[in-house]
Design a protein around this ligand. Structure first.
Ligand code: SF4
Ligand code: SF4
Length: 452
């Protein structure tokens, strides 16, 4: 059978066997304390608890008022000890609520809700109230994605189980351990978006899991959910590439999957949606892969959101000496962290402890103009010219070569013989472009004020 895929892309060593056979284990931080960032996707939140408050598991502790706001909940029952900035993924600081467990398991969940018999607006609000965001990495608010604008038609929901990043195996475990909930979440997503069908997209290195998911589909009685095997290639899980491989459609430049008639949901997000309706349970736990050559005990874990990775060492995560890099996420798109004292967030799919052998420590050398990066780019951009334009501070040219269509997948940097830090240049270029846009907006507002 010919497998669907896209042009370009790369084949880094998969390294999934390190953890893929291990069932998801429940774990708690040794300190019995969680550090929960107040915003984890969507518009900025503000805390709605104070130091000294007693909170139940599942209680909202931070929220916002905008249409893109997604609340954050206490992931354990306890006392709010501090509200202060803390290291988070990205090596930056963010305001966090620190909760110390009180030894009880008091919960504050919502009552179950039947998504198929309540008002659609109530169902969309349930998704928001339960704090559901895209768990594949982007943390985009799920209620916004499911609330399809009147001028758009969705005909297909794609469940993203491609999991193309090396080492990560948490979506793979979800296909084995939670297939019923994935199918339930898909049925709910189809109903809310009006889609007539759904496709579960799986890379063929996980083909063994298809039988299990097909059994769950058969059990649900649904005839409009199918499974599609895709060629194992990085970055197959990227939205544009997934839509192309599954539906043969192009998402237009700087547009969303909805502009190509589809909605994409990570399988973890679908499980969280099922729990939100069937159990009234907010998104307060996160399943993630712990792996890498310096990890003595690669595994898949489920921990409360806000668990500091450092608080799982050494009781749950045992390390070998010689850790050269700690990565939050996968090795291609994840963030290299300064230490392990950062919290698991709703979109943390894995944490890697890499050895010297697994990490490219080679210094950047001048570009030799080989063109490898152009051939590897799945989005058909010109990375070398984007990089040169950013370096020359010519943002207009960088945008012309595709800067704003770059998904930062890192395939170009992976094949670069000169080890040029291409993605870093692209992030810098995008940041400068954002600054210019914001400045222009502020100047226009000032000018408008002056004209009145
Ligand atoms: S230019 Fe962007 S989209 Fe293309 S390979 Fe590089 S990081 Fe990926
Ligand atoms: S792959 Fe590296 S060396 Fe080759 S053209 Fe691209 S940036 Fe230059």
């Amino acid at each position: 059978m010919k497998l669907s895929t896209f042009k370009g892309g790369v084949h880094p060593p998969e390294n999934k066997k390190l953890s893929s056979a291990y069932a998801i284990e429940e774990a708690m931080p040794s300190t019995k304390t969680v550090v929960i960032p107040i915003t984890q996707g969507g518009a900025p939140n503000v805390p709605c608890v104070s130091v000294g408050n007693s909170v139940a598991k599942g209680q909202i502790i931070a929220d916002g008022t905008g249409a893109f706001s997604v609340p954050v909940h206490a992931s354990i029952a306890g006392i709010v000890k501090k509200i202060e900035p803390h290291l988070v993924t990205g090596n930056t600081e963010a305001l966090c609520i620190v909760i110390e467990a009180d030894g009880t398991d008091r919960t504050s969940y919502l009552p179950p809700l039947d998504p198929f018999s309540c008002e659609k607006s109530a169902a969309i609000e349930r998704v928001r109230q339960c704090g559901i965001v895209g768990m594949g990495g982007a943390a985009f608010p799920a209620h916004v994605k499911l609330n399809v604008p009147a001028d758009k038609t969705i005909d297909c929901v794609i469940a993203n189980a491609a999991e193309c990043e090396p080492y990560l195996t948490i979506d793979e475990r979800a296909l084995i351990e939670d297939a019923d909930k994935i199918v339930d979440g898909l049925a709910i997503s189809m109903y809310l978006t009006g889609a007539k069908r759904a496709v579960i997209a799986v890379e063929n290195n996980k083909a063994y899991a298809v039988e299990n998911i097909e059994q769950a589909i058969a059990k649900s009685g649904s005839s409009n959910i199918s499974v599609k095997l895709l060629k194992t290639k990085y970055p197959q899980g990227g939205e544009k590439l997934l839509v192309k491989a599954v539906l043969g459609r192009e998402i237009p430049s700087r547009k969303l999957p909805a502009d190509a008639g589809c909605v994409i949901q990570n399988v973890g997000t679908l499980i969280a949606m099922s729990d939100a309706f069937r159990l009234g349970k907010p998104l307060i736990e996160r399943a993630l892969t712990i792996s890498g050559g310096c990890c003595e005990t690669p595994k898949n874990l489920r921990v409360p959101v806000g668990t500091l990775i450092g608080d799982l060492i050494p009781e749950v995560i045992k390390l070998k000496p010689g850790v050269k890099k700690i990565i939050s996420g996968g090795p291609m798109m994840g963030f290299s962290m300064m230490n392990a004292q950062f919290p698991v967030q709703k979109n943390t799919s894995g944490v890697l402890f890499l050895s010297e052998k697994e990490v490219s420590l080679n210094a950047e050398t001048p570009c030799i103009g080989c063109g490898n990066c152009v051939n590897a780019c799945p989005c058909r951009l010109t990375p070398v010219m984007m990089m040169r334009s950013v370096k020359a501070e010519n943002l207009d040219a960088a945008i012309k070569y595709g800067l704003l269509d770059c998904n930062e997948c890192g395939a170009c940097a992976y094949v670069c013989p000169a080890k040029v830090r291409l993605v870093q240049y692209f992030r810098l270029g995008k940041m400068k472009n954002r600054e210019i846009m914001e400045k222009n907006k502020a100047n226009a507002a000032e000018a408008q004020k002056g004209a009145k």
